[in-house]
Design a protein around this ligand. Structure first.
Ligand code: ATP
Ligand code: MG
Ligand code: MG
Length: 274
């Protein structure tokens, strides 16, 4: 296969979203598998995209956590920007929900706690992910969750306002303030995690619609409904956590990811059905 930077031999394509392609690759120097994310060629001449691609590597590279995909290296070859990262033998959480339907609540909590820890680490380093969704959570065979795709993450100190001209996250996981294009904060990630918990527990999304705009309007105007209306087997403690994380008003949500983590931990210890 094609070799980048004299050492990363591309093996197969494993994914790719709007802006990039992701390959499984072998680092011939260290003799290990890595994942290489390459900016799509059509964006190579687009300064905005190159900027946000570099932003991604810088945001993620400043973090080091068991539940965040590790960045190893960045490079540029023949005008192609690439990021080299930890290869996660994966399914995305989206695939798991699609294949298995609603996850049992112990598993929802186990995976949710790990995402909360990843967010706590990012937030304490002043980085907001801004695109928390099941496609961006890789899950290994022993249910270790790793957050990836800091593509639109921003340092809290720089512009924390969503820009209509920029690539923005998935509207199904948007907090109301994100949907309005207003000021976002760490609590926007908490809201998105709440939606992810809802989706894991019910196998469905709280808000759907024909067009992105109609979904965005629901996040702005409607309260997330009790997930037990969809799946009666969800314990009340978990339903309460989901409802608190997805409050429309930021001040009513969890203060931070660690508070959410602690409540998930308590819910795990409660007998089922309570
Ligand atoms: P998006 O449209 O969500 O912004 P993207 O172009 O930014 O997508 P990523 O979300 O980073 O790309 O990666 C796309 C897909 O590639 C992931 O959903 C996953 O399936 C796979 N992938 C990404 N990173 C890794 C990794 N480190 N190890 C294994 N697979 C990965
Ligand atoms: Mg992605
Ligand atoms: Mg992305």
């Amino acid at each position: 296969g094609k070799v980048l930077g004299d050492r990363y031999e591309l093996i197969e394509r494993i994914g790719g979203g709007g802006m990039a392609l992701v390959y499984k690759a072998k680092c011939n120097l260290l003799n290990r598998y890595v994942a290489v994310k390459i900016l799509r060629p059509e964006f190579e001449s687009d300064e905005e995209f190159i900027k946000s691609f570099r932003q991604e590597s810088q945001s993620a590279a400043s973090l080091s956590h068991h539940n965040i995909v590790n960045i190893y290296d960045v490079g540029k070859e023949n005008d192609t920007d690439y990021i080299v990262m930890e290869y996660v033998e994966n399914k995305t959480l989206k695939q798991i929900i699609k294949e298995e339907g609603p996850l049992n609540s112990n598993r929802v909590i186990k995976i949710g706690k790990q995402i909360a820890l990843a967010l706590e680490h990012a937030h304490s380093n002043h980085i907001i992910h801004r695109d928390i969704k099941p496609h961006n959570i890789l899950v290994t065979s022993n249910d270790t969750a790793k957050v990836t795709d800091f593509g639109i993450a921003r340092a809290v100190t720089s512009s924390t306002i969503t820009n209509a001209g920029n690539v923005i996250g998935s509207v199904h996981y948007f907090s109301p303030e994100q949907a309005r294009g207003g000021y976002i904060s760490e609590k926007s990630d908490i809201y998105s995690l709440g939606i992810v918990l809802y989706e894991m527990a019910t196998g469905t999304l709280p808000f759907e619609g024909e067009k992105p705009l109609s979904v965005a309007l629901k996040h702005i105007n409607e309260e997330v409904q009790d997930p037990r209306k969809v799946n009666k087997s969800i314990p009340k403690a978990l339903a309460d956590i989901i409802l608190k994380a997805t409050q429309r008003e930021q001040s009513k949500r969890y203060e931070n990811a660690m508070e959410l983590y602690k409540d998930l931990d308590i819910a795990l210890q409660k007998p089922m059905g309570n």
